[in-house]
Ligand binder design. Structure first.
Ligand SMILES: Cc1ncc(C[n+]2csc(CCOP(=O)(O)OP(=O)(O)O)c2C)c(N)n1
Length: 655
């Protein structure tokens, strides 16, 4: 059975003249034992909520999972798809892609991410089991990881968090082949992974990864453990390839016809390319049918539940929001703000919003990377999640931004929860690879990123984001919200929750006035930008655009211009991505026809030309910030109403 995986991997990579045969050939025995005896899954229902998760963290070995999907009988994964490995539009892309290939649980390729996603999946499983009971939620998350996964820094954050939370249903199988691209691991690494995992609170063991009995015994022991488990499986990369096996030559290129012929001989595999002998295919298909009974039993159990409980569980699994509850929560917050306007930081406004939102939406699971008090992400009622109580809805992720962001992806992929969490905006760089993958996968994760400009003041340039808004806006399919006041903050929260993809909420440390007075039924942020204040009389000579804390500066600049008889309007731009997605005519109407466009944002100009044009004036940052009280910094860097008015006047004179 394992040789079937090896043959398919060799043949597909050979046909594509591209790909990685070494890992699937080396790890074939491990996954054969796992899929034929332990993994709880049903190819007939790839999204069965109580299935075990299998994460191929070493995504370069994608032929391993494609072979498994074909062999175990996932309908979509035909031999034709295997033959079209790495070709445009095939179900067998270079690295496994979530949402593209049924049976692929997460997109992997950037090493370390899959392992950290799996930690999030295991967290979600424990949390939901605590809420809904072990008869409905009881599955294991398995990871196949490579040496490269464990060399990446993110792996340390992931394993430390998993060990601390005692995620006993997380089992990592290490393809311990001692080879990476440059050659033997001895060139670069001398970590004892068993000791390393043990130190992080895991059960860890080392076995022969080509011995099915040892693999089975280790998995059985891991399933009984009260801790997460590492099984380091000693393997030979490219197992069976007589000259390239055991070396980096089998890692990432086609083996060549001669080597493949010799490998077939060595493995005793005489079937032609892409053909699996019927008896072996039948054994694999039988392995694929093992889970059917438990899937059906699970479904009947769900169907027999009291209707209200069942409906709630089904709603949570589907990711559908309780629309009326959300609308009522948003409305209540906005009515409250209309009745008693608040001059508060948008991070505080976010906490105010969260009090209502987390009550309305029990699926929201919050957190922070050790900045809970600064990010304002924990509401009063939220209990912390711990190894002793997984029902808690707030995760203290520790100082682990990257691991946190990747775990959030895993939680969202698992389903049943909406993860949100916090750090400083400047540390979005520490989360960026995971945010990018959330965008690629279209996962609803919400990053509260506070201290969003020089407005954080005294902590200085190391902590002051300058290029971060532009850098985040550059990621396709990510929404970056920068609300200007408490009302926009709840509106942006609503939009983030309604988005099938990731969002960043960039929020201030410093207080901002409530510019939106009165009550608006609709969500004015939904179009991404809107006219906050129209020109006082006639057509505007100047359009002032701003986001977040700088909207108040634009409003003050408008008054200065009015004193000089210059008519200006103010446009708030809480979300570029929504604005750019609006129909051309709406965008043109919001940009307006003023002679002069001026934008103000405490960040770099990059990206703004699409709104203000290359001829527009930009008042913002051109370099790093400095350490001082924030009001002085705004003066020092010229982010003031006077400078905005001056920029407008200069352009008017020049035009
Ligand atoms: C973050 C990241 N850096 C670099 C790479 C490129 N890369 C792909 S596989 C690999 C290492 C291969 O070694 P290992 O993980 O042990 O896999 P094996 O050779 O055993 O297949 C590297 C550096 C990557 N995919 N992700």
């Amino acid at each position: 059975m394992a040789n079937a995986i090896r043959a398919l991997a060799m043949d597909a990579v050979e046909q594509a003249k591209s790909g990685h045969p070494g890992l699937p050939m080396g790890a074939a025995d491990i996954v054969t034992v796992l899929f034929s005896r332990y993994l709880k899954f049903d190819p007939a229902d790839p999204t069965w909520p109580d299935r075990d998760r299998f994460v191929l963290s070493a995504g370069h070995g994608s032929m391993l999972i494609y072979a498994l999907l074909y062999l175990t009988g996932y309908e979509a994964m035909t031999i034709g798809e295997i033959k079209r490995f790495r070709q445009l539009g095939s179900l067998t892309p270079g690295h496994p892609e979530y949402g593209h290939t049924p049976g692929v649980e997460t997109t992997t390729g950037p090493l370390g991410q899959g392992l950290a996603n799996a930690v999030g999946m295991a967290i979600a499983e424990r949390h939901l089991a605590a809420l809904f009971g072990g008869d409905l939620v009881d599955h294991t998350t398995y990871v196949l990881a490579s040496d490269g996964d464990l060399m990446e820094g993110i792996s340390q954050e992931a394993i430390a968090l998993a060990g601390h939370l005692k995620l006993k249903k997380l089992i990592v199988l290490l393809d311990d082949n001692g080879i990476s691209i440059d050659g033997p691991l001895a060139l670069t690494d001398s970590v004892d992974q068993v000791q390393r995992f043990e130190a992080a609170g895991w059960a860890a063991t080392r076995i022969d990864g080509h011995d099915p009995a040892a693999i089975a015994a280790a998995i059985e022991a891991a399933k009984k453990s009260d801790r997460p488990s590492l099984i380091a499986c000693r393997t030979t990369i490219g197992f069976g390839a007589p000259t390239k096996g055991g070396t980096e030559k089998s890692h990432g290129s086609a083996l060549g016809a001669e080597e493949i012929a010799a490998a077939r001989k060595e493995l005793g595999w005489s079937a032609p390319a892409f053909e699996i002998p019927p008896a072996i295919l039948a054994q694999w298909r039988a392995a694929g049918e093992r889970g059917r009974t438990s899937r059906l039993a699970w479904q009947s159990h769900l169907a027999a539940l009291e209707p209200q409980k069942r409906a709630e569980i089904e709603r949570r699994i589907s990711g559908e929001l309780a629309a009326e509850k959300l609308a009522a929560a948003v409305r209540a917050v906005k009515e409250n703000l209309a009745a008693a306007p608040k001059e508060i930081a948008t991070r505080a406004a976010s906490e105010f919003a969260l009090e209502a939102l987390t009550t309305a939406l029990p699926e929201m699971v919050g957190g922070s990377a050790d900045l809970t008090g600064s990010n304002n992400t924990r509401t009063k009622a939220m209990k912390a999640m711990s190894a002793a109580d997984y029902s808690g809805r707030f995760i203290h992720y520790g100082v682990r931004e990257h691991g946190m962001a990747a775990a959030m992806n895993g939680m969202a992929l698992h389903g049943g929860v909406i993860p949100y969490s916090g750090t400083f905006l400047v540390f979005s760089d520490y989360c960026r690879p995971a945010i990018r993958l959330a965008a690629l996968m279209g996962q609803r994760v919400i990053h509260v990123m506070t201290h969003d400009s020089i407005g954080l003041g005294e902590d200085g340039p190391t902590h002051q984001p300058v290029e971060h808004l532009a850098a985040l806006r550059a990621i396709p399919n990510l929404k970056v919200f920068r609300p200007c006041d408490a009302v926009e903050t709840i509106e942006c929260w609503q939009l983030a929750l309604q988005t099938h993809g990731p969002s960043v909420l960039a929020l201030t440390r410093q207080n901002v006035p409530q510019l939106r007075q009165g009550f608006d039924v609709g969500n004015r942020c939904a179009g991404g930008a809107y006219e906050l204040i129209a020109a006082a009389d006639g057509a505007a000579a100047v359009s002032l655009f701003a986001t977040g804390s700088e909207v108040a500066i634009a409003v003050a600049a408008q008054k200065l211009l009015a004193a000089q008889k210059i008519s200006a309007r103010v446009v708030s731009v809480p979300c570029f991505e929504l604005f750019f997605a609006a129909p051309e005519a709406e965008r043109a109407a919001i940009i307006g026809k003023a002679k002069v466009n001026v934008a103000v944002e405490a960040g770099i100009r990059q990206g703004w030309d699409a709104i203000i044009g290359t001829g527009g004036a930009f008042v913002g940052m051109t370099g790093f910030g400095a350490s001082a009280p924030y009001k002085e910094l705004y003066q020092h860097f010229g982010l003031t109403p006077e400078k905005v008015a001056e920029a407008a006047l200069q352009r008017l004179e020049a035009s």
